[in-house]
Write a protein that binds this ligand. Structure first.
Ligand SMILES: NC(=O)c1ccc[n+]([C@@H]2O[C@H](COP(=O)([O-])OP(=O)(O)OC[C@H]3O[C@@H](n4cnc5c(N)ncnc54)[C@H](O)[C@@H]3O)[C@@H](O)[C@H]2O)c1
Length: 324
């Protein structure tokens, strides 16, 4: 029977949560943890290893790793590199993730170089921001096979959207189908033309769910984008939603689930773009990573926002000296 190995690269607020969720998922027999901060990978790995002494967890060989661990990895989840930090003088500030472009384009080039030197088989799931530019660099600068590099992208933004709509309708979030597209950042937009609550489309929601008032798309968009900063400004970082997204993606790959998630990858002809931008859109996830992108037709407002988000991502890509 095949036993699966995960490498978690970057074991800060996000990576340590990924590690905890991955241990609890019970699908990996080995997890290697890599971090440049002395002691961090060892400490996080040892902490999780000790937790496996409890009967609720399966036995997992969790240990500090080196780049050699990429060689036989099935999955790599990377959250290496700094995050933006709250402004102590402005508790409602929304610092743009693109502030990280210079630092994290260097980090991803180093990490992806290490991965590509050891394997072209592992599916690499990226979290590091600015996510879309980081994915573009990793996918296009290292000769890695198509589909095997992806970013959690707007999976997290989409979870926030569904949770917010569920609150408006007073239903459980699993009754909401819908997603955000574009940049994992300020220019992400909701695809309301495709959103439904158990089949009831967006314009009809107030009729069936009186607590849900008609809102224009821009208000929805702003609320979802702001919701990230509600967490960020309160606790200093975000980690729960993105860690769950990454581990869910890992499971979908390992089980070849062929489920559709809004993840980030480089467009190859979709929406008239071929190899010049990476963004999140509905994508089929299976054993090969991103097995297909599904370019759903968008309405006029959504198409305008698609162009705006592409322009925003390409500006960041230019700052990172990548792209065409
Ligand atoms: N995509 C998303 O939805 C999402 C959500 C939250 C955070 N993030 C991003 O994830 C990243 C990590 O966030 P965090 O809050 O965990 O930050 P953090 O500062 O707590 O942790 C980052 C870790 O990366 C390590 N690191 C730095 N360079 C490294 C390298 N070259 N190799 C290995 N490890 C390295 C650091 O030592 C640190 O432990 C940030 O870029 C953040 O913006 C993305």
């Amino acid at each position: 029977m095949k036993s699966y190995k995960l490498v978690v690269t970057g074991a800060g607020h996000v990576g340590s949560y990924v590690l905890a969720n991955a241990v609890r998922m019970g699908m990996f027999c080995e997890i290697a943890v890599i971090d440049t901060l002395p002691g961090r990978a060892h400490g996080e790995a040892l902490d999780q290893l000790q937790a496996t002494g409890l009967p609720s967890l399966s036995a997992v060989n969790v240990h500090a790793g080196t780049p050699d661990d990429y060689r036989d990895a099935d999955i790599v989840i990377c959250s290496a590199g700094p995050s933006v930090i709250p402004d102590p003088h402005d508790p409602s500030a929304e610092p743009d993730r693109t502030l990280l472009t210079e630092a994290n384009s260097t980090v991803i080039r180093q990490v992806m170089g290490d991965i590509a030197a050891q394997t072209h088989d592992a599916v690499v799931i990226l979290i590091t921001n600015p996510l879309d530019t980081v994915v573009y660099i990793a996918e296009n600068e290292f000769g890695y096979p198509a589909g095997r590099v992806l970013g959690t992208g707007t999976m997290l933004d989409s979870a926030r959207l569904r949770q917010i709509v569920a609150g408006w309708c007073q239903v459980g979030p699993s009754s909401v189908q819908g997603y955000m597209m574009g940049e994992h950042g300020h220019s992400a937009f909701p695809v309301l033309s495709r959103l439904s609550v158990a089949g009831v489309r967006w314009p009809e929601l107030p009729r069936y769910y009186p607590s849900c008032h008609a809102l224009d798309p821009e208000q929805v968009r702003r609320q979802v984008v702001k919701s990230a900063y509600d967490v960020f400004n309160a606790k200093g970082w975000t980690n729960a939603g993105v860690a769950e997204s990454a581990v869910l993606l890992a499971r979908s790959v390992l089980l070849d689930e062929r489920v559709v998630f809004p993840v980030c990858s480089t467009l190859r002809g979709e929406y008239g773009h071929d190899g010049d931008v990476a963004l999140s859109m509905p994508s089929l996830i299976g054993r090969g990573g991103v097995e297909a992108r599904l370019p759903v037709a968008l309405d006029e407002w959504e198409n305008e926002h698609l162009e705006q988000t592409i322009a925003a991502i390409q500006a960041t890509m230019a700052d990172a000296h990548t792209g065409r």
